[in-house]
Design a protein around this ligand. Structure first.
Ligand SMILES: [Zn+2]
Length: 625
């Protein structure tokens, strides 16, 4: 061991002594003491199957190895459960899923054949927000050995305890400063620093791919993604719902709103919890300017579920409530959902079938808030959204809020907000993104060239049906010519987002006969995942592969013409083509910077010649009308 290494612990000790570490847990806003009937769900100390979290008094949560060892033991001890790996993380950890079913054979085909609606739950996509794992472990224990076997009489249950397995092991008490426990929290992003809950359209991560594989193979009736909030204080301890107001799955949305939400709220209130709808402060600070629900786009798990007509619910437990209260609320919600699917699941399945077989002529690429002019985009810099005059007033809601006061900061000299803990009831504006926008006419099919195998592979991984061309095919297709483009975040210091240089283009449509090489694919849009295909392939869709930068190759011109060749050619072109001459003179007259730029002039003549690259700035995915 080198000398310096031996000294290292000493240095660290000195450094630690010098800094005062302020624990965020000690300075979080005050929280009311809570007791509820659901506390009876906690196992007694002598219960053989008590979970690590229960044993710790909800102070800590088990690490990956402890979690999986406990689940392995549990699932081996009961014929009701099995545990399988549905993929591996980049760091080589298995992503496990527990299958709970009274069916003896627990293969995807056998489970589908059982005809039972299935609930598919994913916990720990942001692994510091781990409540779902601990709640799921308690519930599985009670199904196996706690008298709740009957929950499986009419349904199947698929449970991913930790999706972001690598992030879960980047554990520290300092990972989630705005959250009240557990002591050890995982990290938000995966080992590649990618946010899995921004990856459901582009699917770069093995984790998102594992979830989609389950959706495709097991075809669950309902999907639930469990998180913990950041940000504003309020009285609710658990908030949940589908973002899709009516979204891409109107039949399913109605069921989620009128059946699921009502029953789940009842169950939670009955157990002493305070359920609410999803809460996102319009001004990103407090609720004085209202709440806003916007459909985040297919990159988010729940919006993704909506685009593929799978009933999908986002759960956001309130970060300022204690870990125990949050885990128990999650348990109650999971159990209530299972009971509801047992009685109402068939109705949901029927509605799902309807949404999957309805092919609207026009499909919106996004949904906007009718009263606002600008799209509200998550992860974008806050933009002042201007109100549109003459549009119907937005909904309002009764909000169980918490009082805040404004103080002047001793650090910045500017005002800042402090939550006092005092409960207040307010009526606030509730904006909803219900306005279908950027409507695209549904083509019969798309053609994706063989030259983009990575895009083709991703489309297939989503479960989209494609026809692979065995021979070259000439088709008349509608294409997009890029007139101008800019990189998203161009003005920002960090331009990459989730590992991509995103693109935003203005295009014009034109029709052309184009030959697609063998290995290209034709994608019909009259399939259950037809809308998803459109969202992934339309260049103006914010979650298309074009927008995510998978087609940036077409932005480059790769053949050139020397000036000494263009010059004499241009002279000849002008002499032979009076119309071209007129166009040239007009362009010079209208555009002085063009007239004064020799390079631009020669390039212009090159672009008018047959030598010009006819694929430059052409988005190669064609629409069959
Ligand atoms: Zn989250």
């Amino acid at each position: 061991m080198p000398y310096f290494q031996r000294l290292k612990p000493l240095f660290l000790a000195v450094i630690l002594l010098q800094c005062t570490i302020v624990k965020s847990q000690d300075i979080l806003p005050p929280v009311p003491e809570w007791h509820g009937k659901s506390e009876a769900l906690i196992a007694q100390p002598d219960n053989k199957w008590i979970t690590h979290t229960e044993k710790s008094g909800f102070v800590t949560t088990p690490n990956y190895a402890e979690t999986m060892a406990w689940l392995k033991k549990l699932t081996e001890a009961t014929p009701l459960m099995s545990m399988i790996s549905i993929g591996k993380s980049v760091e080589g950890r298995d992503i496990y899923m527990v299958i709970a079913s009274t069916e003896q054979v627990k293969t995807p085909d056998a489970l589908k054949k059982s005809g039972k609606p299935a609930l598919f739950v994913e916990a720990g996509i942001h692994s510091g927000e781990i409540d779902g794992k601990d709640a799921g472990m308690m519930l599985l224990r009670d199904i196996a050995f706690g008298g709740k076997k009957s929950l499986l009489d009419k349904i199947n249950f698929y449970f991913i305890p930790i999706l972001n397995v690598d992030g879960h092991e980047r554990s520290s008490p300092y990972n989630r400063p705005n959250q009240r426990g557990p002591k050890n929290m995982g990290w938000r992003t995966n080992a590649q620093n990618l946010n899995i809950n921004r990856d459901f359209a582009k699917i770069d991560t093995k984790e998102a791919r594992a979830v989609i594989k389950v959706m495709n193979e097991y075809d669950p009736a309902m999907f639930m993604d469990i998180h913990v909030t950041d940000g504003a204080d309020y009285q609710y301890d658990i908030t949940f719902g589908g973002y899709g107001q009516d979204g891409y799955s109107p039949q399913i949305s109605q069921w989620l709103k009128n059946t699921f939400k009502v029953k789940a709220d009842e169950a939670l209130k009955g157990q002493g919890h305070i359920p609410g709808q999803l809460m996102f402060a319009f001004n990103d600070k407090d609720f004085s300017e209202g709440n806003i629900l916007s459909l985040g786009g297919a990159r988010f798990s729940d919006s993704y579920g909506d685009t593929r007509h799978l009933a999908s619910v986002l759960v956001e437990n309130h970060s300022l409530k204690p870990f125990k209260q949050r885990v128990l609320g999650t348990y109650v919600l999971l159990e209530a959902t299972m009971k509801l699917l047992a009685t109402e699941g068939r109705e949901l399945v029927e509605r799902t079938k309807k949404d999957r077989s309805t092919f609207a002529d026009e499909v919106p690429m996004e949904f906007k808030v009718p009263q606002l002019q600008k799209t509200v985009v998550f992860d974008a810099e806050p933009e002042a959204a201007a109100m549109v005059k003459g549009v119907q007033a937005p909904d309002s809601m009764v909000h169980l809020g918490v009082e805040h006061i404004t103080k002047i900061s001793e650090i910045t000299g500017k005002p800042y907000l402090q939550w006092t803990g005092k409960p207040i009831t307010q009526t606030i504006v509730n904006y909803k993104a219900t306005l279908p926008s950027n409507l695209i006419k549904r083509p019969k099919a798309y053609y994706v060239p063989a030259a983009w195998p990575d895009v083709i592979e991703r489309l297939q991984a989503h479960g989209i049906s494609v026809e692979v061309l065995a021979e070259a095919r000439e088709v008349e297709v509608e294409l997009d010519r890029i007139l101008s483009y800019k990189l998203e975040n161009e003005s920002k210091q960090v331009r990459a987002f989730e590992g991509h240089m995103q693109l935003n283009a203005v295009t014009e449509l034109f029709t052309q006969k184009k030959v697609y090489a063998p290995g290209s694919v034709r994608i019909p849009t009259d399939q259950a995942l037809g809308e998803l295909a459109m969202i992934l392939l339309e260049p103006s869709s914010k979650d298309s592969y074009f927008s995510w930068g998978f087609f940036n190759e077409i932005l480059q011109r790769t053949e050139y013409m020397e000036a000494y060749v263009i010059e004499p050619m241009a002279q000849k072109m002008l002499a032979e083509n009076p119309a071209l001459k007129a166009e040239f003179e007009q362009k010079k007259a209208e555009d002085p910077s063009f007239a004064g730029n020799a390079g631009a002039i020669l390039s212009w003549f090159y672009s008018k010649s047959p030598y010009y690259d006819d694929r430059y700035l052409i988005y190669p995915v064609g629409r069959e009308k």
